[in-house]
Design a protein around this ligand. Structure first.
Ligand code: NAD
Ligand code: ZN
Length: 247
């Protein structure tokens, strides 16, 4: 067994309260491209521009055409992969208590985890900017861009755009989960989007071990994380779980 995988197997075996912080990388093997890293959207567009609330307010047609239309298409087809399913197994073993995810794809819930904090909201719902009416994304008619509510207002995804606040209760619950865990798994996040990237720091300050799973190094590597298990999330999680004696 790979030495890093073995370390993770041991640390998770000894843990009683595991938290996970996940990012776009955990859903790459489900066919959803990340923002940064290889094959990321960044190679084509600048998400800091297109996923910024100021851009949406200025030009919703552009943001719907360049980013949101494709996201609807891709996310609606995606299914959980071995990494999401591995986190379900860790919960069933009574190890994993909470997932803090930056993703908006809903795959952790679809996989079956029960305590998932969606730090950046969820793409499954749209909200009318005029009357506040909510509609499931799958029911939104995209034949006219931007999609509009019956009242004439424009629909926006119920996600947190860059430039918007994280809902305070999500932030508080995430901080608590970070404070009380004894191991934090940091999976598939470039750890550059604040304040999500502070969660491993909070966990570490409270004595937790921080295990990163990522094919690439991040700003946390060698500083905040105790070690990096290098590779794709699905494959690494499968190896860790089989090392822990589950299939
Ligand atoms: P990011 O796009 O900034 O970084 C992705 C990270 O995943 C990189 O560190 C990359 O090395 C790693 N990665 C790539 N392939 C991987 C794999 N197979 N297994 C494990 N790791 C892999 O992602 P972020 O840190 O989550 O920040 C981006 C923001 O964009 C988030 O806030 C999120 O809301 C949003 N976003 C969400 C989705 C989604 O819901 N699936 C997709 C793209 C962006
Ligand atoms: Zn409306």
């Amino acid at each position: 067994m790979d030495e890093m995988v073995k370390m993770a197997v041991d640390d998770l075996g000894n843990a009683v309260n595991v938290a996970a912080l996940t990012g776009a990388g955990i859903s790459v093997e489900s066919g959803i491209p990340p923002f940064r890293g290889k094959g990321g959207l960044w190679e084509k567009i600048d998400p800091m521009e297109f996923a910024h609330i100021d851009t949406f307010m200025r030009d919703p047609v552009k943001v719907w055409n360049v980013l949101l239309k494709d996201m609807k298409e891709i996310i609606s087809k995606a299914k959980p992969n071995a990494a999401h399913l591995g986190l379900v197994k860790l919960e069933k073993m009574n190890k994993l208590k909470t997932i803090i995810t930056q993703n908006v794809d809903g795959l952790h819930q679809m996989a079956g985890n029960t305590d998932v904090i969606e730090f950046h909201g969820n793409f499954a719902w749209q909200k009318c900017m005029k009357c506040g009416n909510r509609l499931e994304t799958c029911k939104v008619d995209l034949s006219l861009i931007p999609p509009k509510c019956q009242c004439g207002g424009i629909f926006r995804p119920d996600c947190v755009f860059f430039g918007e606040m994280i809902p305070p209760d999500y932030l508080e619950r995430s901080q608590k989960a970070a404070e009380r865990c004894d191991v934090m798994l940091v999976i598939g996040t470039s750890a550059v989007v604040h304040p999500a990237s502070c969660m491993p720091v909070i966990a570490k300050e409270n004595g937790a071990k921080i295990i990163e799973i990522n094919p690439e190094r991040t700003p946390l590597t060698g500083r905040v994380s105790d070690y990096l298990v290098r590779g794709n999330a699905g494959e690494i999680m499968s190896n860790i779980l089989s090392g822990m004696g589950t299939k």
